[in-house]
Design a binder for this molecule. Structure first.
Ligand SMILES: NC(=O)c1ccc[n+]([C@@H]2O[C@H](COP(=O)([O-])OP(=O)(O)OC[C@H]3O[C@@H](n4cnc5c(N)ncnc54)[C@H](O)[C@@H]3O)[C@@H](O)[C@H]2O)c1
Ligand SMILES: CC(C)=CCC/C(C)=C/C=C/C(C)=C/C=C/C(C)=C/C=C/C=C(C)/C=C/C=C(C)/C=C/C=C(\C)CCC=C(C)C
Length: 570
């Protein structure tokens, strides 16, 4: 177990490369199952480490060589960021680039949160989805490209020619091609009577996207910025004002009446917002439905985990620091203002500003040292936790995949079940884009489906294990349209449940994020970054504009801008 217990002396990069994300180690590592007689995969040292992390909670700093030569930790930070999800890291890097002294505290061993990775037996698995927006080269909505560039980093990416291959009820097979016209043609061929409505609907989404993509994207809580963008681009601003309170379902029904096509628009939304079109904000739909054809879906070479790693590299070269195995247990306030945080080790760290990348439920329900502010009660009355996921990570023989298989798939058997637990199946095969993530002649298959943590509580270890295996088998059986002989081709399999997501991502109930309890006015009721507690900010998917890497990157840009303005740095 020595290997993993030496991160203090290692560079961040080495620490991360040695790490194995412990998704399958819940509650113990025997959940990893290998077929074809290879020895069980997860290494004992990492199991020990994951246990050590929760049991001992002894923080360790994993500085780069450059950072190791710098001074010891300052006593007073300009900003402390709780959590190194992409929202937290974009905030931290933006602040560091503006000259702030920033410390990121991460409870886990590597950065990235749901955009992290883990390695087993020569496979590098993405913890979350592998469908990445925000890596375009033009406009202003390419927020991942921009966040990296701001701290001198770039990532090689691989373009995905098809965003999603849908396998839907009534043999509705549709591919969302990167080429917009090809996509419209294919969908129109299936619904020829709606050809015009289809174009009008998606074109209106482009109108939204073009407004966003024409302006600098910063904090909507900063009046000087709002005035500047308004004078620079009044029409785009007014366009966004118009769409902010709208959901996309109403826009779709303006142009489309075929009920099956409206169901298709629902799954187009559900697969990233986890709610149907009537509950999905129009601005987010405008982003997703257009950017996939503009900047495109691009996979980072080396896996999704590269994004967080490069942001950390950029943070450290700009004087920021990150501390791993540093679980924050309390946000400390004095006189009603946030003044610092307490770690599980008992250490108290002070900062002028505290920024939480944990979910709002965790931030205000668990971490804040005083009663939850009334604003949060109101927010919880409007938004609820989305389900979590059952995730099956597999290594499979390459010859099992038919030629021409696409990277991302969605399967729904029965429209009535689309929103039900286990109703929609998501599939990512990132090795079709980056073969280096698996051993030669093998692929990674990440299959996941929404489900609630309540299904996985109060089970004995044996029942928990048996339920995992049963549900994973049911999921695999549903993959026949994509991988006909899957069972015989599996080389490695590991199953994560909502409990795994809760434990290793630190997300309440393993939730994917907030979803509206009922129809709300678009994005209008999503909170920005400031909170009711002075000097405490939130960032990530429980802030405007919600889930998604590009969305939380926006939230990071906005949060850093607001904090920098409050610190007098802009
Ligand atoms: N394809 C995609 O678009 C894609 C892929 C992966 C992830 N995602 C999205 O990324 C979004 C999540 O990003 P995010 O930035 O909001 O957060 P996150 O949940 O990914 O990261 C939060 C981080 O905070 C850490 N943390 C939580 N509580 C802590 C505490 N008390 N002390 C120290 N650290 C703590 C966690 O360990 C984690 O690393 C989700 O919306 C998800 O959908 C999208
Ligand atoms: C001045 C005046 C008067 C006024 C003002 C107005 C204004 C300016 C306004 C503004 C606004 C803004 C800026 C807004 C923004 C927004 C944004 C940025 C948004 C974004 C979004 C994004 C998103 C939503 C994304 C998402 C994504 C996702 C979630 C993804 C996911 C994925 C998955 C999960 C899938 C998977 C699948 C398979 C596997 C198949």
């Amino acid at each position: 177990m020595g290997d993993c217990f030496e991160p203090i002396a290692r560079s961040t990069r080495e620490n991360q490369q040695r790490h194995l994300w412990a998704i399958g180690l819940e509650p113990r590592n025997e959940n990893a199952t290998l077929k074809h007689g290879r020895a069980p995969g997860p290494c004992r040292c990492c199991f020990a480490l994951s246990v050590a992390m929760t049991a001992v909670d002894k923080p360790s700093i994993a500085p780069t060589a450059a950072a190791m030569q710098t001074d010891p930790l300052p006593r007073d930070w300009d900003a402390i960021v709780i959590g190194s999800g992409i929202g937290g890291l974009v905030t931290a890097t933006q602040l560091a680039a503006k000259g702030a002294k920033v410390l990121v505290l991460e409870r886990y061993l590597i950065p990235g949160g749901s955009a992290g990775y883990f390695e087993r037996e020569g496979y590098r698995f993405d913890v979350g989805a592998s469908m990445i927006f925000g890596f375009g080269q033009q406009g202003t909505t390419n927020l991942l490209t921009r966040a990296l560039a701001a701290v001198g980093q770039t990532i090689e990416t691989i373009p995905d020619p098809v965003q999603i291959h849908y396998h839907l009820p009534n043999q509705l097979e549709v591919k969302v091609h990167r080429d917009y016209e090809q996509f419209l043609q294919e969908l129109g061929d299936r619904f020829p009577h709606e050809r015009q409505g289809i174009r009008q609907f998606y074109d209106e989404c482009w109108t939204i996207f073009n407004c966003l993509n024409a302006m600098e994207l910063l904090s909507l809580e900063e009046l000087r910025y709002l005035m500047r963008v308004f004078f620079q681009n009044p029409l785009a601003c007014l366009g966004l004002v118009k769409y902010l309170p709208q959901n996309v379902g109403a826009i779709a029904r303006r142009y489309i009446s075929d009920p099956e096509l409206l169901k298709f628009i629902d799954i187009e939304c559900y697969c990233w917002s986890v709610v149907p079109a009537d509950l999905t904000p129009a601005i987010n739909a405008g982003m997703v439905f257009s950017d996939r054809h503009y900047g495109g879906i691009n996979y980072p070479k080396g896996g999704v985990g590269q994004i967080a790693q490069k942001l950390v590299d950029g943070l450290e070269t700009h004087g920021g620091r990150i501390q791993y195995k540093a679980r924050v247990t309390q946000i400390v306030t004095e006189g009603g203002r946030a003044v610092g945080v307490k770690l599980a080790s008992g250490e108290l760290l002070r900062a002028k500003r505290v920024i939480s990348n944990a979910t709002r439920w965790d931030t205000f329900g668990q971490l804040l040292d005083r009663d939850q502010p009334l604003d949060e009660d109101r927010w919880q009355e409007r938004y609820q936790k989305s389900p979590s996921f059952l995730s099956v990570h597999m290594g499979v023989r390459a010859d099992a995949l038919p030629a021409g298989t696409d990277c991302h798939h969605i399967l729904v058997k029965d429209w009535e079940q689309m929103e039900a637990a286990y109703g929609t199946v998501f599939v990512s095969i990132p090795t079709l884009l980056d073969p280096d993530l698996a051993p030669p002649d093998h692929h990674i298959l990440h299959v996941f489906t929404p489900c609630w943590i309540s299904d996985w509580l109060n089970l004995s270890p044996e029942d928990y294990q048996a339920q995992k295996e049963q549900k994973a088998q049911e999921l695999c059986d549903r993959l026949a349209p994509i991988v006909p002989q899957l069972d015989a081709a599996i080389d490695y399999i590991e199953i994560g449940t909502p409990r795994t997501h809760r434990r290793f991502l630190g997300r309440v109930d393993g939730s994917y994020g907030p979803i509206p309890r009922r129809k709300l006015p678009g994005l209008l009721t999503m909170p920005f970054n400031r909170t009711a507690v002075k000097n405490l900010y939130c960032v990530g998917d429980s802030t405007f504009p919600g889930q998604g890497l590009n969305a939380v990157a926006f939230s990071g840009f906005a949060c850093a801008h607001r904090v920098a303005a409050d610190l007098g740095l802009v």
